[in-house]
Write a protein that binds this ligand. Structure first.
Ligand SMILES: Nc1ncnc2c1ncn2[C@@H]1O[C@H](COP(=O)(O)OP(=O)(O)OP(=O)(O)O)[C@@H](O)[C@H]1O
Ligand SMILES: [Mg+2]
Length: 349
């Protein structure tokens, strides 16, 4: 019965990211783009809201509601909450068709997950209602989403700078040659901004304000047009509400050390590549994607520091999920780059 249904089910690509989850429905496109968040009633354990609705509640919840970030640095840290929100996201993906079955999911995962962590991704996808889960390396998915010629005997470098992790990889002939996964990305930049504002202005701000500052006035290098933003927070000395004007140079100073660490890690991956591959990278340039790659002048800064062309992928935030979409739509062609297919118990003989 299950086998029969699964043959006619729909296929999906899933990017279960630290801050955003996207679902690509085969032959349709991206149908879900939501915050990876759950609002949970800590007395009853019930899911109160999820996704973008839960994001609106950050910092404003009564004490009986917790906002849970079930993925930390690309890894599932709360299985039940991940399962609950993924079920709801799949329901959204299936629109109003409650009989819709999901046959196959290709799920992007960070490079350095342990066996146990990989298994938990498979388990969560299966228990959220998909018959079979296949995992794809996040950097490979990003390369597919960026339409890089991954099967050709030329090396391409892709750097996905997301919220919880930065994935740096050199890909050639369908596989990764060298890669590195860093736990420094958008969320670390938000923390940097929170700390800087506290030290410089004696002002306590929450993560949403820090993220706003980063996106509205942040940059990796000095801007020609100066930017500023007025923010409200709590005065660190007397605890009262206070307003200050923050300028682009403040945000730039706050995040500069973390950005330098990202650049130095890209450099070390390039330096550890065999000379033929370095030559390819010099020729093809470095491709960057992920939400944080949209930071003003970041591609220019990386290019200047490393003396290599840097290309910002089109629609950088959805690059990985589009890659999972390519893999699931052209499954036969790409199945060799997928790892650890999970055989659910009811299909085993
Ligand atoms: N214009 C922008 N400038 C700078 N940062 C941005 C911008 N837009 C989004 N971001 C940051 O991008 C991050 C989200 O990116 P993305 O959706 O690629 O992450 P993710 O896939 O959820 O995380 P990960 O891949 O690390 O698990 C957030 O930290 C967000 O603050
Ligand atoms: Mg991501």
């Amino acid at each position: 019965m299950f086998k029969f249904l699964s043959r006619f089910g729909r296929d999906v690509g899933i990017d279960l990211g630290t801050s955003n989850t996207e679902i690509y429905l085969a032959n349709r496109g991206i149908v879900v783009n939501e915050a990876t968040l759950a609002a949970i009633n800590n007395k009853t354990g019930q899911l109160v809201s999820f996704g973008n609705e839960a994001k609106k509640m950050i910092g404003r919840t009564p004490i009986h509601i917790d906002i849970v970030r079930p993925i930390v640095n690309g890894v599932i840290s709360d299985f039940e909450a991940t399962e609950a929100i993924l079920k709801n996201f799949l329901k959204l993906a299936g629109e109003k068709d409650r009989f819709l079955q999901f046959r196959r999911a290709v799920v992007a995962i960070p490079a350095n997950l342990t066996e146990v962590e990989r298994k938990s991704v498979e388990d969560v996808v299966i228990s959220a209602g998909v018959s079979r889960a296949y995992l794809i390396d996040q950097a490979l998915a990003a390369a597919l989403g960026a339409r890089l010629p991954i099967h050709e005997p030329t090396a391409n470098m892709i750097v996905d700078i997301g919220a919880g992790t930065t994935e740096i990889a050199i890909i050639s002939m369908g596989g990764k040659v060298i890669s590195k996964s860093l736990k420094i990305a958008g969320e670390k930049l938000n923390e940097d901004v929170i700390r800087f504002i506290r030290d410089e202005f004696r002002l306590i701000i929450g993560e949403p304000t820090a993220e706003d500052l980063k996106i509205q006035i942040g940059s990796a290098m000095p801007l020609t047009d100066k930017l500023e933003m007025v923010i409200q927070g709590r005065d660190n000395s007397n605890g009262l509400p206070k307003e200050v004007t923050v300028r682009d140079i403040h945000v730039r100073t706050a995040i500069s050390k973390s950005l330098r660490t990202i650049v130095e890690n890209i450099r070390s991956v390039i330096e550890s590549a065999p000379p033929e591959l370095s030559g390819d990278i010099l020729k093809n340039g470095v491709f960057i994607c992920g939400g944080t790659s949209m930071l003003r002048l970041l591609s220019e800064m990386i290019s200047r520091e490393l003396s290599v062309a840097v290309h910002l992928v089109d629609d950088p935030k959805t690059c990985v999920v589009r890659g999972t979409g390519v893999a699931v739509e052209r499954f036969e062609e790409f199945k060799e780059v997928l790892t650890y297919p999970y055989a659910p118990r009811d299909i085993k003989v």
